[in-house]
Design a protein around this ligand. Structure first.
Ligand code: FMN
Length: 376
């Protein structure tokens, strides 16, 4: 067992007690620091051997081969690190970013940088990182230097600089997309803070206009697959409107979804022993909730998106993300109509148990459950 696997295993034993008994501020300070430390250590110590997913799990989207249907969600490898790690662990693809045009330090409040706290008993976490990243240019340059592997595509997640949606900001985003394209990125994910409710006409119109410009200036001329990632809180009516629009504009798919801010609703899914830390985090930082509490709304939105895509026709894929932590969860996402799935919170929970065999265990169970239809 490697050092990073050993530390993750010990942490998994201690973590429930830390989150339950430590003063909430201390637990948040500790895990905000430990998350960054652990990620850096993990990315720098890939397993010595490559675990290859069973060939039956391979699927082809937009003419690109993905060797398996599950890979990291955006935000895990914000600097374009962890590529060898993901490949050797047996992930289906690798997703870098999210990056913005300007480098960002991320959020600091009450002396805590990049606030994050896990809720291990609940399979959930809160974060208020504020999109820290070194910018499109730096990560695209890193991607350009990566060794390529067969059926292991590289994706880039990009966003507008937060709080900006002026024509200039859109221009800088498009420049970033072209930098990644020149770096031979295989697919793109546009991280959109889109309106969550159908009542937000102004938000919906602004989003449609933005998507239109990006389609004209990048999606159509590059012919690259571009997905749009939306919040897990997006209501089904918005998904129903958005999918036909994306198809008309030439987008390749939709990723559902980003973290949730439905604090009161998700509080019931947080174990009583972890509610003190949860309440502190929400009160102090707000932030986004990830993990198991997102499962139900993501499944519903994936179903809605699939139905809307079928009605419109064409090759349009749905990627499910939110609360995926096992082969059963991947199977449920695929059954709901997703073609691929991503994970973040669940990956770290599983890594504590399975170490570098984190994907291998999922593939084993996925093939056992469904040996005939696991190919796609
Ligand atoms: C610490 C942290 C950082 C994240 N950063 C990003 C990001 O930069 N871009 C993005 O699109 N999503 C980001 N996310 C959201 C995840 O990609 C994912 O959509 C969300 O966590 C739900 O998946 P999960 O339940 O598997 O964690 C982040 C999530 C976490 C927990």
């Amino acid at each position: 067992m490697s050092l990073v696997e050993l530390l993750a295993r010990y942490d998994a034993v201690l973590r429930p007690a830390v989150v339950r008994f430590f003063p909430p501020r201390l637990a948040v300070a500790l895990y905000s620091w430990a998350r960054q430390f652990a990620l850096r250590m993990l990315a720098d110590s890939p397993p010595p051997m490559t675990l290859v997913p069973p060939p039956s799990l391979e699927r082809r989207l937009w003419g690109i081969r993905f060797r398996a249907p599950l890979f990291n969600a955006a935000g895990m490898f914000k600097h374009g690190e962890g590529y060898t790690l993901a490949y050797r662990q047996g992930a289906g693809a690798y997703l870098a970013g999210t990056t913005t045009s300007e480098p960002r330090m991320g959020n600091i409040r009450r002396g805590i940088a990049l606030p994050f706290v896990p809720y291990p008993r609940s399979g959930a976490a809160s974060n208020w990182l504020g999109l820290p990243n070194p910018g499109h240019r730096a990560v695209a340059a890193r991607i350009a230097r990566l060794e390529r592997y067969e059926a292991f595509p590289i994706g880039a997640s990009v966003a507008l600089d937060p709080g900006e949606c002026s024509p200039d900001a859109i221009e800088r985003l498009i420049e970033g997309l072209w930098l990644y394209h020149q770096a031979r990125t295989d697919f793109f994910e546009l991280n959109e803070s889109c309106p969550n409710t159908g009542d937000d006409r102004v938000g919906m119109d602004a989003l449609a206009e933005r998507l239109h410009i990006i389609a004209e200036r990048f999606v159509r001329p590059s012919r690259a697959p571009v997905l749009v990632k939306i919040s897990a809180d997006t209501e089904p009516e918005v998904v129903e409107q958005l999918v036909p629009l994306l198809i008309r504009l030439g987008y390749a798919g939709i990723t559902i979804g980003n973290t949730s801010t439905h604090y009161a609703r998700h509080r019931t899914a947080i174990a009583p022993a972890e509610r003190r830390a949860y309440d502190y985090f929400v009160r102090t930082f707000g932030g986004g909730i990830s993990g198991a509490p997102l499962c139900a709304s993501v499944s519903e939105a994936v179903r809605t998106a699939r139905r809307a895509a079928e009605a419109a026709g064409g090759e349009f894929h749905v990627i499910a993300v939110g609360g995926i932590a096992s082969a059963n969860d991947v199977r449920a996402a695929l059954d709901a109509g997703a073609t691929l799935a991503q994970w973040y919170t669940g990956y770290f929970d599983r890594f504590a148990r399975d170490g570098h065999r984190v994907y291998e265990r999922v593939w084993e169970h996925l093939c056992m459950q469904d040996p005939e239809t696991s190919s796609g």
